[in-house]
Design a protein around this ligand. Structure first.
Ligand code: MF3
Ligand code: CO
Ligand code: CO
Length: 260
């Protein structure tokens, strides 16, 4: 397996694409309220991406995906399809996953929001999942191994009696939306390929409140927890730097440093 090393010019374009993903998640947050449909959230993001950012929503028509963003509500793990029939209600949780492409490069990021006031469990699941993402990111530096990321995530999730989804993973990213390597969210330290400066990857743990097993719905996209318990996800696009990491999709609501 060969993992692409980005040139300084390519890294600049990845920063630009990442900034657009971050801006979209910040923008859409104001629209996540009881009564809004996931179809409406999709339209707002689509218009913003195309008309304001002059970028392309990479999910649209990607392997047949019909919409511009993924909206995954409550027990939906990932790849939820926005719909005018799906109306958010108080206490729901929703992951919004956006991937603008600009100048040929992708920025991929997601965040789980609470609609109105969430349960104690929902709040805790979302917080622990974000902590899992942050713990994974903090292992990133030249010489670290992919397994270090997965181990940090798995350890934190399971210590809190949550489980890690195995079927979906982070990925290399650049001109290609889903490139090598696969970034597993579980594993053993020191295993897997070694990270080098100039690699760009996503880390995007899906953490379940119940068991780790998932099921694919007949629409062939929507992934749900088998036990129908809550699930959360957070995602950032990360650059491996000489000194550690840089979060290319960093937002002002992030609570770790952008770079190490
Ligand atoms: N953004 C997702 C990821 O993090 C992929 C969505 S693919 C789609 O990798 F087709 F469902 F949009
Ligand atoms: Co991704
Ligand atoms: Co994504």
């Amino acid at each position: 397996m060969t993992v692409e090393i980005k040139t300084p010019d390519e890294i600049e374009k990845m920063r630009a694409a990442g900034a657009l993903a971050a801006a979209q998640l910040t923008m859409i947050g104001a629209h996540v309220k009881p009564g809004v449909s996931t179809g409406e959230l999709d339209r707002i993001c689509h218009e913003y991406t195309v008309n304001i950012q002059k970028a392309t929503p990479a999910p649209l028509n990607y392997r047949g995906f019909p919409k511009s963003i993924c909206t995954s509500v409550n027990h939906v793990v990932c790849h939820g399809i926005p719909s005018d029939e799906k109306i958010l209600k108080n206490g729901d949780i929703i992951n919004i996953d956006v991937t603008p492409r600009k100048d040929g490069f992708h920025g991929d990021s997601s965040k789980t929001f609470i609609v109105g006031k969430g349960s104690v469990l929902a709040e805790r699941l979302i917080r622990i999942c974000q902590e899992c993402l942050y713990r994974g990111i903090k292992t990133v530096r030249p010489g670290a191994h992919l397994g270090d990321i997965g181990h940090a995530i798995q350890t934190h999730a399971e210590r809190n009696r949550f489980s890690v989804v195995r079927e979906f993973c982070g990925h290399g990213i650049g001109r290609i939306f889903h490139d090598e390597p696969q970034v597993l969210h579980y594993g053993q330290p020191g295993t897997g390929i070694e990270l080098s400066p100039g690699m760009t990857i996503t880390i995007e743990p899906m953490i379940n409140a119940g068991k780790k097993e998932v099921r694919l719905l007949p629409d062939n996209w929507t992934v749900v927890t088998k036990d129908h318990k809550l699930t959360a996800q957070w995602e950032h696009t990360i650059l491996v730097t000489e000194t550690g990491y840089e979060i290319l999709t960093y937002r002002s609501d992030d609570t770790i440093p952008r770079c190490s």
